[in-house]
Design a protein around this ligand. Structure first.
Ligand code: ADP
Ligand code: ASP
Ligand code: MG
Length: 407
């Protein structure tokens, strides 16, 4: 007997037939004498629809509380439907919203972080023989406001609950049967990985592979939660995300990924003085805007250009903030480019191999793809390129690093 958390994503609960399919999977696990906590996303497309509704009413910072109240509602529908289906099939099941469980978060609406989960109710309900179904993506702050955890946040809800109740493992059921060497919907030659380390998965998620939300991998790593990524549509073996171990593939490059959600900002003719970067970036971080890659050009006659990337969704706010800031620091103007994408290669083997970056640059150059920005970590190299070359870049890099070969 095990204690298992299963999370089903939007496509897995897209309609009543698929919710029945989820119910059958949950029952199979329950019938094997396991305790099951199920975390659900909203039905596919529902969160997008709610976001569109919000966009039609208003914009601006003051509505974030109500925005979260609205966009969190999709999960209430899916969890109650699953509970009804399970009840009809003769199983005891109860659904709960984040605030009912007491999934406590900070007050950062739209991208709240979980601080604490009260496990009392979950354990009481499991003890009563219930399948416990929890709404993903949402929590409540200390002032009783509903919060949401950022797009894809149900993954994080599931892992956080698994960590809190000390589940034996957490299963993430989605529309692909594991973590691949690249998004299998973009390149058919992508190969499924049997295992991947938390570190590599973290880099992949942060570089745009939306199969797992980045924060969920951080939590899994921190609390050592074994994480399986599987398909809700078949019984194929999935991918285990776990600690790096000796029998793990020591590929130099394990995967290629891309992120089309970044935009490039260039501040022209910035005075090159101490304190300028802080004055530029502080107002952005104060608004919780994540600045990713940063480049500062060589200084000419006391002035320089500064280029960085921010999430596309934050562009409105960024323009508003920087409009004020450049007056303050005496820069000339700002250029924006939303037609970019970030291509990354990830692999633990990079730590001990040279020539990986130059191979990446040469591969892109051979296709005439211009590199606008570069950044590296110990196990990742990222390049910003024109968005229209994204899929081509993924394919040629996947080929160049031989990722399609048999295991
Ligand atoms: P869910 O709604 O179940 O949370 P998501 O759409 O958030 O599902 O995540 C699954 C998707 O992630 C897949 O359909 C796939 O297109 C995408 N993806 C991106 N990179 C990868 C990768 N390396 N391996 C597997 N899937 C990936
Ligand atoms: N429903 C939310 C979203 O679409 C959370 C999730 O699917 O994980 O982002
Ligand atoms: Mg997701």
């Amino acid at each position: 007997m095990a204690l298992i958390v299963q999370k089903y994503g939007g496509t897995s609960v897209a309609d009543l037939e698929r919710i029945h399919n989820v119910a059958r999977r949950v029952i199979k696990t329950k019938d094997m004498e396991n305790d099951v906590v199920v975390v659900l996303s909203a039905m596919a497309g529902e969160t997008d629809r709610l976001i569109q509704l919000a966009a039609g009413v208003s914009s601006g910072r003051q509505v974030k509380r109500e925005y979260d109240m609205l966009v969190s509602s999709g999960e209430q529908v899916s969890i109650s439907l699953l509970a009804m289906v399970l009840n009809n099939m003769g199983y005891k099941a109860k659904s709960f919203l984040g605030h009912q469980i007491k999934i406590i978060t900070d007050g950062m609406h739209e991208s709240a972080r979980i601080q604490k989960i009260d496990t009392t109710l979950i354990f009481d309900e499991l003890r009563n023989g219930n399948i416990v179904i929890v709404a993903g993506f949402q929590g409540v702050d200390s002032n009783n406001n509903i919060t949401t955890l950022g797009r894809g946040g149900s993954d994080t809800s599931a892992v956080a609950i698994a960590a809190a109740i000390k589940a034996d493992f957490c299963e993430i059921y989605t529309d692909v049967d594991g973590v691949y060497t690249t998004d299998p919907h973009v390149y058919a030659k992508a190969r499924k990985l049997k295992k991947i380390s938390y570190e590599e998965m973290l880099e992949l998620a942060s570089a745009g592979a939306k199969v797992l939300q980045q924060r969920s991998v951080e939590l899994a790593k921190k609390y050592n939660v074994p994480l399986y990524v599987k398909s809700s549509f078949n019984d194929d073996e999935g991918t285990l995300v776990t600690r790096e171990d000796r029998d793990m593939e020591k590929e130099i490059v394990s995967a290629v990924t891309f992120d089309k959600n970044q935009a490039k900002v260039t501040i022209i003719h910035v005075p090159d003085e101490p304190g300028i970067a802080a004055r530029l970036f502080m107002p952005l971080s104060d608004q919780n805007i994540i600045v990713d890659m940063i480049i500062q050009n060589a200084s000419i006659e006391g002035h320089t250009d500064m280029t960085f990337t921010v999430p596309k969704g934050d562009m409105g706010e960024v323009q508003q903030i920087l409009g004020e800031v450049i007056k303050d620091i005496g820069a000339e103007r700002i250029d924006y480019d939303e037609n970019i994408s970030k291509i990354s290669i990830v692999g633990v083997g990079m730590k001990s191999h040279s020539g990986v970056a130059s191979k990446m640059f040469a591969t892109l150059a051979n296709e005439g793809i211009n590199i606008m920005m570069i950044s590296t970590s110990e196990i990742k190299i990222s390049c910003v390129i024109n968005e229209k070359y994204t899929e081509l870049a993924v394919r040629v890099l996947h080929d160049a690093f031989g990722l399609e070969k048999e295991e």
